[in-house]
Design a protein around this ligand. Sequence first.
Ligand code: ADP
Ligand code: MG
Length: 692
Amino acid sequence: MDTWWTEPVTSLKGIGKKRAAAFERLEIRTIADLLNYYPRPDSYIDFSHLKSIRELAVDGSRQIFRAELMNVTDRYSPRVRQYSVVLVRDDTGYAELFFFGAQRYYLRRLQPGMDVLVTGRVKPGRSAAKTVSEANISPLDEESLAHAMGILPVYSLTESLTQQQLRSAEKQALDLAAERGLPETVPRAILARYHFPDRLTALRNIHFPASPEAFRQAKRRLVYEELFLLQCGLLLNRERNYDGRRGVNHKRDGALIKAVLANLPFQLTAGQQQAWRDISGDMEDVHPMHRLLQGDVGSGKTVLAALALAKAAENGYQGCMMAPTGILARQHFQTLSSFFAGTGVRLALLTSNTKASARREILQGLADGSLQLLIGTHAVLQEDVQFRHLSLVVTDEQHRFGVSQRGRLAAKSDFAPDVLIMTATPIPRTLALTVYGDIETTVMRGRPPGRKQVETLCYTGDMRRKVYEGMVRQIRAGRQVYVVCASIEESETQEGVRSVNEVYEELKRTWLQGIPCALLHGRMKAAEKETVMEAFAAGTVKALIATTVVEVGVNVPNATIMIIENADRFGLAQLHQLRGRVGRGSCQSYCVVLTDNKDPDTLARLAVLRHSEDGFALAQKDLELRGAGQLFGLRQHGLPDLRLADILRDTDVLLMCRKDAQGALTNPELRQELLAGTANLFDSRFAGIFNS
Ligand code: ADP
Ligand code: MG
């Protein structure tokens, strides 16, 4: 088959090496990538519906208008350095457009008096003029006028690409597709059932809609397609990992469970008891358990892992628990070792730091069954880690693991093992279904008694001095602190964000001079990160300046202050997770939420944090305020990103796609057609999940 769409974009006119590099930054490499790069859903320019400046809603939504350019003023501020303000007008009013960093490149071709087209997020301004951020401005030239009655796409761009260049590339790609033909990705029977347009028609109308109705039909099909392919991929993945194996039915709770319970320095809370009833019930059933245990940070999930592991062991099987970092795995190992003390159960820790000789011994013990429980990191996934009879798999802080990793662990058993997934992030039902497949959920509410409240303070940046004084006071009193930043490097596109490097350098020179402090971020090597975390846990490092990598459940009881810079960049649930890093010891702890954003809505949003300790309520608030798309990237689960579909908004379609995917995969003809359609890599986003 002619797979012309896999050719690089350089085969198109006007795209040389340099421009290809700009496309590469948008992850567009092939012509198929280009065709699958849809315009921003909310920013088509419909020339029959241009608003006047007065008509623009000042609600921060993305809007489009036509205006006359008055002037461009370059300004400077220490925080964002060079930026430009563009003043435009029409007969009804004025608007100011702000351009930072590389975006200022777009302004070079503009001259006062020009007729321009503006898209951007509109808000009330300080003066009479409205303010437009994330703006896009282009002269209203021949191309635009030629389309004057049509609908033009607006794409997300990086610097050095213009809308015109992208539109021209898309046009060429669509012409090629019309000439040489495109593969279909959804079985024809399904297209017919829902009266969906074929793929070429859909792509044409998503890029250059012939009419609003044609656009709606195109979008309807492409939303379906994304969700349908995602569901098919997930089902195939599941087939590969689970087929044909029987589950294990564990017996009712016995002596080992009793012994572990007796070892606990506390009584189970009502929430823990209920969760245990769910889990032990599942484990006693021959149908394999697939359960998500959701409980806020500090709700006491580890105990449940311990009980489940005990249940596997007392039935003569093995259990394995996987955590996303070495430190977390070690902490679990220590906790579980104390819970299993005196029971005779053998458990081991396996991470990438485990010495070769110790590792050999562990592998031997797992293979002959003398070692019952294994706690570890991704290291447990390695090929040569083989169990004698694994009946339970627990993963902690699951959102850090991908779909295929989870599958690989479950595949290490001759049975279909029981699977328990623990997470502190509340996940809406439809998202859980997507990410985990068919899954039962236990939500553990409340928290064990005796935990100190963390005092939460919201400050704007002018209070930074006071905050740092407090930080130094705590360190002098023997405590430790976290300072969390929103980005790693200074970036020109994110104005006003204090990067972790910048803050680290600044604090080291000033407030933290002579105090041992360390830097921690995601671009460091895993071993480096571990070393830094170890030092912080051991208390030799007093201040940790980090990105959100510290979010995942580490336990350093001596840390009493969490300072979060540019807090407006985070969701409430995420801030709550960060706050959960302190307040783990006996001392009063503080979470200081700093922002330079004085927008009343932002401050109100952050203030919610001061009055709520309920991670689930906060996550709900996030959903209301920020929408689902922002919060749940599928990519961190090892799934393709969705471009048009929204898992929370398109729930109905999602559920329909699940059914259709099941139907398609069990029907030999449809299955054949589907696999053939996806094998030709038309949409590389889905390649990983179909072929893993
Ligand atoms: P998470 O759900 O965040 O993983 P952990 O399992 O780490 O929470 O538990 C948090 C803390 O609460 C631990 O120090 C643990 O010993 C303690 N804890 C757990 N269950 C109880 C309980 N029923 N009563 C008192 N303390 C408990
Ligand atoms: Mg935990």
